[in-house]
Write a protein that binds this ligand. Structure first.
Ligand code: NAP
Length: 250
């Protein structure tokens, strides 16, 4: 199994890509902690993992809270003894042009997507150092690489921040054998994109811009995250893994 003996924490793991990663990680031998605001959904993922013979834990976590992160990491280490892998996956989207964005809108998205990633990384590093190293995977977006008219400036800014924060942390902690990489998904069929996919016009417009001609599935991204979590990627740090059906290659 590709994650045998590892302990992983996944933020925003109650649904969407985070849930797919939690289930895949557990199938590959990891003990998994899920941190999310959505308790019912998170506990269901934990049950699914337990029913399949794996070990998992749900922790209620708001990723914008530093003390929340400290409690979440402590609960994970208390239950499973260490922390090897962190996936900073929790995120929220937004729409609108610069002139329409309020300071509150800006702060809300930057707080969850960018500050949440910083706080998760900060909380995980001491435990990973104790474990002799680790792998942190930060979920950015294809919109962290290029601009696009239909998203929002604060979403782009937050995901661009995740991209470059990843490289700074990768360089700072390479000597501790803590690897930090970012993942850049394109449009993926999750609850986050449900409204857009339900509207035939928006769906057609989106799919016509994806060279592979479809939305990605959560598992398409989870396989990439699994690779970065495993020792198979042991010479990768500060890298960007783009999983976008060719969207940014155009
Ligand atoms: P999703 O289905 O909306 O799942 C995200 C999860 O994060 C939800 O359970 C959400 O709970 C949770 N979350 C939000 N704010 C949180 C907070 N403050 N503290 C803890 N948990 C929080 O989204 P997804 O599509 O799987 O996206 C996962 C990641 O991929 C996000 O970072 C997203 O920006 C990124 N991404 C998505 C796409 C896409 O097309 N889907 C493309 C590129 C990148 P609530 O519902 O309570 O907010």
């Amino acid at each position: 199994m590709r994650l045998e003996g590892k302990v992983a924490f996944i933020s925003g793991g109650a649904r969407g890509m985070g849930a797919a990663e939690a289930l895949m990680f557990a199938r590959e031998g990891a003990k998994v902690a899920i941190g999310d605001l959505l308790e019912d959904e998170g506990r269901k993922v934990v049950e699914q993992i337990a029913e399949a013979g794996g070990q998992a834990l749900f922790v209620r976590l708001d990723v914008t809270s530093e003390s929340g992160w400290q409690r979440a990491v402590a609960a994970t280490v208390g239950a499973f003894g260490k922390l090897d892998v962190l996936v900073n996956n929790a995120g929220i989207r937004a729409q609108g042009r610069v002139e329409d964005v309020t300071v509150e809108d800006w702060d809300r998205v930057m707080n969850v997507n960018a500050k949440g990633t910083f706080l998760g990384t900060k909380a995980a590093i001491p435990e990973m150092r104790r474990a002799g190293g680790g792998s942190i995977i930060n979920i950015s977006s294809q919109l962290g690489l290029v601009g696009n008219a239909s998203s929002s400036p604060q979403y782009h800014a937050s995901k661009g921040a995740v991209r470059l924060f990843t490289k700074a942390a990768a360089i700072q902690y390479a000597k501790d054998a803590i690897r930090v990489n970012s993942v850049h998904p394109g449009p993926i069929a999750t609850p986050m994109t449900e409204a857009g996919r339900a509207d035939p016009k928006r769906y057609e417009k989106m799919v016509s811009g994806i060279p592979l001609g479809r939305y990605g599935e959560s598992e398409d991204v989870a396989y990439g995250v699994l690779f970065l979590a495993s020792n198979e990627s042991s010479f990768m740090t500060g890298s960007e893994l783009v999983i976008d059906g060719g969207w940014t290659a155009q």
